[in-house]
Design a protein around this ligand. Structure first.
Ligand code: FES
Length: 171
């Protein structure tokens, strides 16, 4: 004779084990730790990527008076992600966004080169690639001299394959 098996309803109260207070607190701690670790990781790497468009970055800005810049100087404008470079031949407004994977480059005043912290790219003072994986020089921004001021428009970077002296804006 076949014995009748009692079927359990999977949703019945008998199957539900109440979660212990100790276990509940452990879950809360794990969740809180996950949030903290996530924030730390996001905060650590956030600087590597450029801010999205649509933020409150001014698109046109005055870098200063022409006389504020000495020949050979490279002045960073971090918020605008731009470097103003003054050479003997004139000015350049160079984007600080690496043309490889869009990390932000820094100017090394000792070695006189832009350096990308992500994959080791190096660019000369004109933004040309001298080492690393970027496919092209750093982009330029439109620069004009208006009433003795250096005015930069950062809407849309100007891509180029190489530096050419015609890119320099004379003061
Ligand atoms: S993002 Fe600059 S070298 Fe890769």
């Amino acid at each position: 004779m076949e014995m009748m098996k009692e079927k359990k309803d999977p949703g019945s109260q008998a199957d539900k084990k109440p979660i212990s207070r100790r276990r509940f607190i452990a879950y809360v701690w794990i969740a809180a730790a996950a949030v903290v670790v996530g924030e730390l990781i996001a905060g650590t790497f956030a600087f590597l990527w450029p801010r999205r468009k649509g933020g409150k970055i001014e698109t046109v800005f005055i870098g200063g008076k022409v006389t504020d810049f000495k020949v050979g100087e490279v002045i960073p404008f971090r918020k605008e992600r731009t470097f103003i470079v003054r050479t003997e031949g004139g000015f350049l407004a160079i984007s600080s966004v690496c043309t490889h994977l869009h990390c932000i480059v820094n100017w090394n005043a000792v070695l006189k080169e832009f350096e990308c912290p992500c994959h080791g790219a190096k660019f000369n003072q004109f933004g040309e690639v001298v080492a690393g994986p970027p496919p092209r020089p750093l982009d330029l921004y439109k620069l004009q001299i208006v009433a003795g001021n250096v005015v930069i428009d950062t809407v849309g970077g100007i891509e180029r394959n190489k530096f050419d002296p015609s890119q320099l804006v004379k003061a």
